[in-house]
Design a protein around this ligand. Structure first.
Ligand code: GLU
Length: 610
């Protein structure tokens, strides 16, 4: 099939007056807690089991929006768009129409998995020198690059929603925006996670009056428990609902985006250097969502589908699974299994860093990276008893496999940012895994004045300077190029080709580890899905240090991984914020979100039952 590009104009339809009132779709006991009468947010639970459809997101308002749409006859795609639009209101530092993402869809009727690449693209004028300071010839400091017009790529999120609905949805974009419009109008209840994210960005937001107006009401981060509306975003969504997405890509909203990027509206007296960018209305008008063939690997009789480049999610998770296929993890103790997971991740990361970039700009040997032959060659470098010195070198995915081959100098790159993943399923058996982002928590920090959303800093996902020694770096900036991502929305089919599991996570490069470890937990280590998600995580991106959550780092497992296997663990408070859905039978679903990480997520099903 290859790739197909498109950006259609949204079907014009009037926004329905969709009332969120009465979340009767949730458990009866929960309906009384509907946010409308008392101002409380909808109830939040990490696990929900039942039938009729399911939604798992990081946020109760977004999950409620998705469930509402399912209840009104929408399918998994409609619910995903409605939930994503709501996240633009209540999770605006990790998502929103100023960003991009990757949408993976399982169609129950055809049994096919399709993917949409809605990644931000660089302006047509971008060059390899984009993040090199002309005054010094050295890469810009990360924060200076981030908080600038240079980091802003052409947003793909709105075009992704439009395209997904056009292909697979049952309802119009306008109707699916309804719950989010209402949420933006009425406001949502600020929780500790939201407040902390504002606090982390307060100095940046304060330098941009449009950002401060949205997120520093009265000049300070909003208090936990206060209701925060976003009337500008409600208007923006309404405008798009009435007139279609060309308001954004080829109209007044796009003109505002280009003007903001080219002349970032900094407050008088700000001392920060804010470099202008070069994104134009022409870049916006030319933006295309690209349908790409999914990545797929066979793992223990299951088919694991993921996102192809420019995301490295599908290829890296897939290669690591193929490596792990050489080992019987189920027969191992936990430390031994985790050691294998860590080493497989490191090997796959070496290959990701060397070979994966935007396939429209560089040659990516994707079929070879995903071949069992290549993985078997890599697997023979995995010592079951000891951690290899890091970084390990990349392999040679040339179709000629045999011994334990490695290539040239390695280079490890890890990045962390903030993203959000949501998972939906419907009564017909369709499933969506959708990860979207504006890159760092708070993106570029620059809001479009009067429009109610932040612009991404996705272009800092490019490498600023070559990282691969004498080998070419696949992820340097270039004209119209899409930066490499780690987002890994994943759908697993069983041996009959029926959807079994869908999952994903935020966390920059750690996404790949979170998805991989959750799959291993569920498929190999005998955990059920809630356990697989909640289990403590660690991440080894082909670097000297492995980051590990406190439950591992400070405990007996960490002691074995360090003492017996030779890993070097460094603590990190938490890794990722996953959501997932498992299809437990023809009419039984389980939606799962984080019980604790990022303040806990929100899972719901249309008809709860045990
Ligand atoms: N920009 C990152 C990527 O595409 C995602 C950021 C994050 O997940 O935190 O891989």
């Amino acid at each position: 099939m290859g790739v197909q590009r498109s950006r259609r104009t949204a079907a014009v339809a009037l926004v329905g007056t969709i009332a969120l009132a009465g979340v009767g779709l949730l458990a009866p006991a929960q309906a009384a807690e509907d946010r409308r009468p008392d101002g409380d947010p909808p109830p939040k639970q990490p696990v929900a089991t039942g039938s009729g459809g399911a939604v798992a997101t990081v946020d109760p308002d977004a999950t409620a929006a998705g469930i509402e749409v399912l209840r009104r006859g929408g399918n998994a795609v409609d619910a995903a768009v409605a939930a994503a639009a709501a996240l633009g209101v209540s999770e605006p530092f990790s998502s929103g129409i100023g960003g991009g993402g990757f949408f993976v869809y399982y169609d129950a009727r055809s049994g096919e998995v399709s993917t949409l690449d809605g990644r931000e693209s660089a302006p047509a004028t971008a060059t390899e020198q984009r993040f090199i300071d002309p005054a010094t010839g050295t890469p810009l400091p990360f924060q200076e690059a981030r908080v600038s017009g240079l980091s802003v790529g052409t947003p793909g999120t709105l075009a992704t929603w439009d395209e997904a609905l056009d292909r697979w949805g049952r309802r119009s974009l306008a109707r699916n925006l309804g719950p989010a419009i209402e949420l933006a109008e009425d406001g949502f209840v600020v929780d500790q996670t939201f407040r902390s994210q504002v606090e982390g960005n307060a100095a940046i937001f304060a330098d941009f009056p449009a950002s401060a107006e949205l997120y520093l009401p009265g000049g300070a981060p909003p208090a936990v428990g206060t209701v925060l509306p976003n009337p500008d975003l409600a208007d923006t969504y309404r405008q798009i609902a009435r007139h279609g997405i060309d308001e954004f890509y080829d109209g007044p909203i796009g003109a505002d985006i280009a003007a903001t990027v080219q002349d970032p509206p900094v407050r008088d007296g700000a001392t920060r250097t804010v470099r202008p960018g070069d994104l134009t209305t022409g870049d916006l008008a030319g933006y295309e969502v690209i349908e790409r063939d999914p990545t797929v690997v066979d793992y223990r009789g299951l088919q694991v589908y993921g996102m192809a480049p420019p995301s490295s999610g599908g290829s890296t998770v897939g290669e690591a699974l193929n490596i792990l296929e050489n080992f019987d993890l189920a027969a191992m103790d936990e430390a031994q299994a985790l050691h294998h997971y860590m080493e497989a991740t490191a090997l796959a990361f070496a290959d990701r860093n060397r070979y994966v970039g935007d396939p429209d700009a560089v040659d990516v040997p994707l079929d070879e990276l995903l071949s069992q032959g290549f993985a078997d060659e890599r697997a023979c470098l995995l010592d079951p008893d000891a951690a290899a010195p890091k970084p390990v070198a990349p392999g040679v995915p040339d179709g000629d496999y045999g011994g334990c081959a490695a290539a040239a100098e390695p280079a490890a790159v890890a990045d962390e940012g903030s993203t959000t993943h949501l998972t939906t399923a419907d009564r017909w058996g369709n499933v969506v895994a959708y990860t979207l982002t504006i890159e760092q928590t708070g993106g570029s920090g620059i809001a479009v004045p009067g429009r109610g959303f932040l612009l991404n800093n996705e272009l800092t996902d490019f490498n600023f300077a070559p990282t691969q020694g004498s080998a070419p770096d696949p992820n340097l900036p270039g004209p119209d190029k899409r930066p490499r991502s780690s987002m890994a929305p994943t759908i697993v089919l069983d041996g009959d080709g029926d959807a079994l599991l869908a999952l994903g996570s935020p966390g920059g490069a750690t996404i790949i580890g979170t998805v991989l470890q959750t799959l291993v937990n569920r498929i190999d280590l005998g955990m059920d899905l809630p356990e697989a998600l909640a289990a403590p995580r660690l991440f080894q991106p082909n670097a000297v240090n492995t980051t590990a959550e406190p439950a591992i780092d400070g405990g007996p497992l960490g002691a074995i991984l360090e003492g017996q296997y030779g890993h070097t663990l460094v603590p990190t408070a938490e890794i990722g914020a996953a959501t997932a859905i498992e299809l437990l039978g023809k009419h039984k679903l389980q939606a799962v979100a984080e019980p604790v990480r990022r303040g806990g997520g929100s899972a719901a099903v249309l008809r709860p039952r045990r």
